[in-house]
Design a protein around this ligand. Structure first.
Ligand SMILES: Nc1ncnc2c1ncn2[C@@H]1O[C@H](COP(=O)(O)OP(=O)(O)O)[C@@H](O)[C@H]1O
Ligand SMILES: [Mg+2]
Length: 377
């Protein structure tokens, strides 16, 4: 079993309940445990209690291990507070730790009683060193936060740009489709009518009649081609009837052209998506159907749409020859760009695509896009 991204769901021969069960698992890539641990925001009191507990433990160990052995560990509670609660909390903990440490030195807690001037000198050195450590640590954390914010903002603006590009492409496609429909197709229809008139005026089965007849056939083919081209460029029914009926319409045509049985299933009530996304999803599903026919030589394809309040998930299953999907999602000049561009484009809408494939059961492509508006902002 090969699969390309995050998930380990095996390819099922047909759609079943597990798709619905793991619907919610298909969210954004989760940060690692280490990252979550480091950048968690625990409650202030919890951090403070842990810091005090650490200080008490170090103090206890200090008493039992003798002088100097674990002095550096006194930095732990200070750094802990500085990392999770910020600069001021770090300095506060440093004062508490230094006072404790100073008292331990003066009371001979770890076996040696330091004279006053050494204890004060020690305390000053520690304060300076720990202050520097706190400042560096907090600067590092701030830098990280700033970088994360910057990346988030850049990602948002890239998404906006991708959406704008997509919208501009849609406008051009629509304009071209209208031009073809209103100009070219109308003229072809007029030509067909005129040829039909000439046909009726000529003697049946004469050479002239046959020529006109075959011209009419060619013009009819051209009219059909223009219609397909207009639908490919901009399926007007997408705006009027919505995604599922348009997919059904396309599936019917696809079956007529290829002989492949295509079923479209829809679960739950469809919700409105921005036109730019609906347009793109339609094109993506078309690409997946073409792949199943062209590469997988499938006999049957099932397309299922699962709507949830937060997202739309589309699963395209074929029973074709399957392939090794690991590499195809990364853009590469030596390969086709179909799947890679679906990945890019859906990513720009805040969605994602997964491909699972093997040679026994075929290929499954799972597309997911968020339905909520703020994701598309
Ligand atoms: N449904 C499928 N069945 C079998 N192989 C597939 C399928 N979809 C994609 N592939 C394989 O993945 C490759 C990349 O597909 P794609 O990115 O759409 O590019 P292209 O269709 O232009 O070759 C294909 O060349 C094919 O080898
Ligand atoms: Mg392709």
């Amino acid at each position: 079993m090969q699969q390309s991204t995050l998930n380990s769901t095996p390819v099922a021969p047909e759609h079943s309940d597990h798709l619905r069960r793991d619907f919610s698992e298909m969210s954004e890539r989760k940060p690692s445990f280490f990252h979550r641990f480091l950048f968690a925001r625990p409650p202030v009191l919890v951090v403070f209690i842990i810091a005090i507990f650490l200080l008490a433990s170090v103090l206890y160990l200090d008493k039992n291990t003798g002088p100097f052995a674990i002095s550096y560990f006194y930095a732990m509670p200070v750094l802990l507070m500085a990392w999770y609660l910020g600069r001021k909390a770090g300095f506060l903990m440093m004062v508490i730790t230094m006072l404790t440490w100073y008292s331990a030195d003066r009371l001979g807690y770890s076996g040696v009683t330091l004279p006053l001037k050494y204890a004060i000198a020690n305390a000053i050195t520690r304060v300076v060193l720990l202050s520097i450590a706190v400042l560096i640590l907090c600067a590092f954390k701030d830098l990280n936060t700033q970088l994360e914010k910057m990346v988030e903002e850049r990602t948002k603006s890239l998404r906006r740009l991708a959406t704008q590009l997509s919208e501009a492409e849609d406008i051009q496609r629509r304009r071209l489709a209208h031009d073809i429909h209103d100009g070219f197709s109308q003229m072809l229809s007029a030509l067909k009518l005129s040829l039909a008139a000439s046909l009726s005026e000529s003697r049946q089965d004469s050479p002239q009649w046959n020529r006109i007849k075959s011209s009419i056939d060619i013009v009819s083919d051209l009219i059909n081609n223009a219609r397909t081209l207009t639908f490919d460029l901009h399926p007007a029914m997408l705006e009027h009837l919505g995604l599922t009926p348009t997919l059904r319409h396309h599936a019917k045509q696809f079956t007529q052209q290829t002989g492949i049985d295509v079923t479209i299933n829809e679960e739950d009530v469809s919700q409105s998506l921005p036109p730019v996304i609906t347009n793109y999803i339609f094109r993506a599903v078309k690409e997946l159907l073409n792949n199943s026919a062209k590469h997988g030589h499938a006999k049957q394809i099932i397309v299922s749409l699962y709507w949830s309040p937060a997202s739309l998930r589309i699963v395209v299953d074929d029973d074709g020859s399957g392939f090794e999907p690991g590499v195809v999602l990364a853009p590469d000049v030596t390969r086709g760009l179909g799947l890679a561009s679906i990945q890019e484009r859906l990513g720009s809408f805040g969605g994602n695509v997964r491909i699972e494939s093997n040679t026994q059961t075929g290929t499954r492509a799972v597309l997911e896009v968020p339905v909520t508006q703020e994701q598309h902002a």
